[in-house]
Write a protein that binds this ligand. Structure first.
Ligand code: CA
Length: 366
């Protein structure tokens, strides 16, 4: 009875999410198991089709959900642009045209300034710290609260780990070297660059290489060695800077239409959550593995010169970031609430990270 009610309610709410009736979910004892309606969902991503790691995990998520739900939820994944333009994912899942999306919450900062705390903020928490805030520090509850008015439920979708600081054709000795620099640097980091006298240029992923090659931009960031190698930036830029102060660990997301999610039985809701935990685990592991391989290729095979931003340069960028964050939060109570939770958590966890992770890295891994 419960199953019948569930199926009817789904059909009323989301007629488009239903595909062919009963899947082949019968076991040898066919008399005791009622045929079960298979839910056919679409997931639209903000990544290009088959994008390494980020696109791969969307496919993996779909497979994990299919396995864990015993075939009851079947998700077909579409790359950005295949169904709708990449940055329309939020709206089409919100209004129920498409059941699920995959991206990073800072893409929606124009609509919801508070959203970017659930992805990455310059000089913010790294993957391990952010995972702690989201998992046991109240961050995820705030994320759900932030998305609820938009009829969305967020799920953890992995983390890139600390990104690289970008590709330059001149050395960055101090903050003065950012003056007049045209760099592809999105989001709030772009505003920080502007405070340093540079110009943040908005360039789509597919156009970064030619923009850098032709001098439309002087520098760019992307992700890390694995993805940057595939983009070929080492062929047209000399210096590869670290650390990625602008993206200290970008959290990725899945999101589901909330009315659809609320209509699911508890076991299927739990499946979406369990698959998201697998994604959270897999993405960082795969980023670290591939980045290790490709960093070696870049340095040893391609002769890329690694450089570090100086402490003084980073200190100035950090102070500009604080200004930019305060301007961004403005009078928005939700942004302030999320910012307070995030920054309080960061202040509390940093001394612990300093005497453990940082001490280990500095004293043992160098
Ligand atoms: Ca990036």
């Amino acid at each position: 009875m419960k199953v019948v009610f569930f199926i009817i309610s789904i059909m009323l709410l989301f007629p488009s999410c239903l595909g062919e009736p009963p899947g082949t979910m019968l076991t040898t004892d066919t008399k005791s198991i009622a045929p079960t309606q298979v839910l056919h969902w679409k997931m639209t991503t903000t990544w290009p089709p088959n994008f390494p790691v980020l696109g791969e995990v969307a496919e993996k998520y779909a497979n994990w959900v299919r396995e864990l739900s015993n075939g009851q939820i079947s998700i077909k994944v579409y790359g950005g642009g295949e169904l709708v333009p990449p940055l329309e994912a939020f709206d089409v899942v919100s209004n129920g045209t498409i059941e699920m999306g995959c991206g990073a919450s800072y893409y929606w900062a124009g609509k919801i300034p508070a959203a970017q705390f659930f992805a990455a903020v310059p000089f913010g928490m790294n993957a391990q710290q952010l995972n702690s805030w989201l998992t046991t520090g109240g961050g995820y509850e705030l994320w759900k609260k932030t998305y609820a008015p938009f009829n969305l439920v967020p799920f953890l979708g992995g983390n890139t780990g600390v990104q690289m600081g970008g590709w330059f054709n001149k050395e960055i000795h101090d903050i003065e070297d950012f003056k007049g620099l045209k760099m592809r640097l999105p989001g709030i980091a772009g505003k920080v660059l502007e405070k340093a006298g540079g110009a943040a240029v908005l360039v789509a992923g597919s156009e970064i290489y030619t923009s850098l090659e032709r001098g439309v931009i002087d520098a760019t960031e992307w992700i890390g060695p694995y993805h940057d190698y595939k983009m070929g930036f080492h062929k047209i830029a000399k210096y590869y800077y670290t650390p990625g102060w602008h993206e200290p660990g970008s959290q990725l997301e899945f999101f589901v239409n909330k009315r659809l999610y609320d209509s699911l039985p508890k076991d299927l809701q739990a499946v979406l959550e369990a698959a998201s935990q697998k994604a959270q685990q897999w993405v960082l592991a795969e980023f670290d593995r591939q980045n290790g391989i490709y960093l070696e290729k870049l340095v040893n095979e391609e002769g890329v010169e690694l450089r570090e931003f100086s402490k003084e340069t980073l200190d100035v960028l950090r102070s500009y970031t604080e200004e930019a964050l305060q301007e961004m939060i403005g009078d928005d109570p939700l942004s302030r609430e999320v910012y307070e939770s995030y920054s309080t958590f960061q202040k509390r966890i940093t001394p612990w990270s300093r005497v453990t992770e940082k001490a280990y890295y500095n004293k043992i891994m160098n």
